[in-house]
Write a new protein. Sequence first.
Length: 450
Amino acid sequence: MTAFTVALVLVVAAAGLLRWRRPAWYWLAFGVTLAALRVLVRYRSVMDACGLTVPPARWRLSLARATNRPIPDPRSPRIRRLRPTRTGLVLRLKLRPGQDVFDIAAASDRLRHSFSMFGVTAREVRSGVVEVRMTGYDVLKRVQMPAETETRAMRVPVALREDGSVHYRDYRAIPHALTLGATESGKSVYQRNLVAGLASLDVALVGIDCKQGVELFPLARRFSALADSPDTAAELLDALVARMADVYRLIRTQQRITVDVPDAEIAADIWDLPDELRPTPVVVLVDEVAELALYATKEEEKRRDRIITDLVRLAQLGRAAGIYLEICGQRFGSELGKGITMLRAQLTGRTAHRLNDETSANMAFGDIAPDAVLAAIQIPAELRGLAIAGDASGGWHRIRAPHTSLRQAVNLCNRYADRTPDLPELAPFRPTTGTATEFVPSAKASPATA
């Protein structure tokens, strides 16, 4: 008996230590079994207490009265599958007639307390079937990306969602995106994860970093073009607009709209072209977009209008030509001048780290998910990297990118430097890398960088 008691104390102590220091290990060792039992045992009573039951069918009531039997209990959604994951449980429910996914979503906080879980989210899989994802611990406190993620063309994993699933940046589904964040909010780490994920793909990276290139130049070996000043950025964007026009001419000549060509083979963008003719897709990363929109003189105002016009054109027309925009900045508001709100309307994906003002949060989510505005401005300063991600569908999630140091991102870019394509239109802006102090971003560099 003494040995059993000692062993029990050691197991409890080990469980407590794991829960404190390694919550993921605790969940896999102890938590998942306890949580599954808790859900199965409490399920009916919790559904009834949360108002997620429906009265029994009329024929059941009639049969009970006719046979003088007790009245049947209210019916709760039927459990179709209970699947444990590395971060929690996934419960798939078949709704009863009259129930809706919004009923489950509205009761998510009560379900979280009743099942003693850290978080509960619900989404509709198909008509009448709801997937409830429950997390057993705070997965965003110490982000650990799964060892295996889904790989697809122009789709990279960049962060972890609060429900334990992976947040992907899918350029085929959401071609252009806006990323905002105050100083020390984790925006640069998110950007590094994005570049690191794109480095291994067959894609051309183009960077515009008006902080003299200090953010993007260390990654220069994987970039096909870099601009480190507004003057160089204006010329680089002009070259991208010219490339876009050339790609559209190529698509037009290869459109295959004759009568004997099936509809599925008619080309409307670069992904419909044969592999040997398909141009390389281009991802344009703009760091600190406000630096491109500010001006102090008449000449700078003309340059600014030229830059914003090119960005709007690329955002409106660049998707089919395989040109995708990643606009980043600390501040994004209508006071940046004309064309800014037009540009924002074309940026479907929205990601906001901690923001210093509500105006930027409104610019990010006010037109697609108003309830995400409050969540964006309430991110605590000590949780660097925590962000709100949404899109034009109106849905939003809390995400956090794993910490990627600049050295790790540089090593990845250097490893895949051989994948950097040479684009003739962008050749004057190809960065020249050599010693640590050498930086020649383009042949048309501004006087400040020449």
